[in-house]
Design a protein around this ligand. Structure first.
Ligand SMILES: NC(=O)c1ccc[n+]([C@@H]2O[C@H](COP(=O)([O-])OP(=O)(O)OC[C@H]3O[C@@H](n4cnc5c(N)ncnc54)[C@H](OP(=O)(O)O)[C@@H]3O)[C@@H](O)[C@H]2O)c1
Length: 243
């Protein structure tokens, strides 16, 4: 796939899946708006390592960030062709512990994962519609499809994102909107999850956890699928078949 001169926003691209996506798409010729909320140095380092990129600090749950991300693309390159809504958070309450979930946990997780994805998509849509091949890709999770995941608000937020994906696809005015739902991926987020990784490696038919590159492979596939929209692609090594 040739993305020469295409402009793409990747939220949460200072590490993990977002960083891998930014690097891969830049390697295909794309110009990248790199973003993170608090990891400013890491985000600036990612942007500086790419041929043509700009870094925008901002929390995607803040409407001003959505505006700033789109303005960065428009000001520097005069266009926007794609958005990867990758920024996400969870809380430190196990999925089964229903009693420990507090209202502020919902606020925190839904604000970033669902409202943030919506705000960035909403702000980006006018320029994406103006592109001859505009697209949005949301990073959701197996947690939104099966009854698994790092916390209850997280799992529900990812299920909401799959539905948001389909609704944006329906009313997006020709902009393709799809989602990739990873299983367990080896990133900084899961660096301490030794026992879960062991369990997934034993259970999943493909016998290992994912690397960020596995997720980005699926992203690239959907970005290049010109007649697919409103879809969520589960990339879990087959884990969802056995849990
Ligand atoms: N790792 C997994 O097993 C797994 C599985 C399924 C789905 N996912 C999803 O994949 C996505 C990326 O996760 P990852 O594993 O690559 O995690 P990661 O390495 O921790 O990266 C998370 C990125 O999101 C950014 N971020 C977090 N909150 C943000 C906010 N409010 N506004 C802007 N940026 C924000 C972080 O920057 P700051 O440090 O500055 O906040 C960082 O750049 C998430 O949506 C996650 O839910 C991950």
């Amino acid at each position: 796939m040739d993305l020469t001169d295409r402009v793409v926003i990747v939220t949460g691209s200072s590490s993990g899946i977002g960083e891998e996506a930014a690097v891969r798409l830049a390697g295909m010729g794309a110009r990248i708006v790199v973003n993170s909320a608090s990891s400013v140095e890491a985000g600036e380092r990612v942007a500086a390592s790419l041929p043509d990129a700009v870094y925008v600090q901002g929390d995607v749950g803040d409407p001003a960030t959505a505006t700033a991300l789109v303005a960065a693309a428009a000001d520097r390159w005069g266009r926007l062709d794609g958005v990867i809504n990758n920024a996400g958070v969870t809380i430190d309450v196990p999925l089964h512990d229903i009693g420990a979930v507090r209202p502020e946990h919902w606020d925190e997780v839904l604000r970033t994962n669902v409202v943030g994805t919506f705000l960035v998509s909403q702000a980006a849509l006018p320029l994406l519609r103006a592109s001859d091949d505009g697209w949005i890709l949301n990073i959701t999770s197996i947690a939104g499809i099966r009854q698994t995941g790092s916390s209850l608000p997280y799992a529900v937020s990812k299920a909401a994102l799959d539905h948001l994906t389909a609704i944006l696809a329906k009313f997006g005015g020709g902009v393709r909107v799809n989602a990739v739902a990873p299983g367990l991926v080896a990133t900084p987020w899961t660096s301490e999850w030794g026992s879960q990784k062991e369990a997934v490696s034993q259970m999943a038919p493909l016998g290992r956890v994912a690397e960020p590159a596995d997720v980005v492979d699926a992203c690239v596939g959907l970005i290049g699928s010109r007649y697919a929209t409103g879809q969520t692609l589960l990339v879990d090594g087959g884990l969802g078949l056995v849990i």
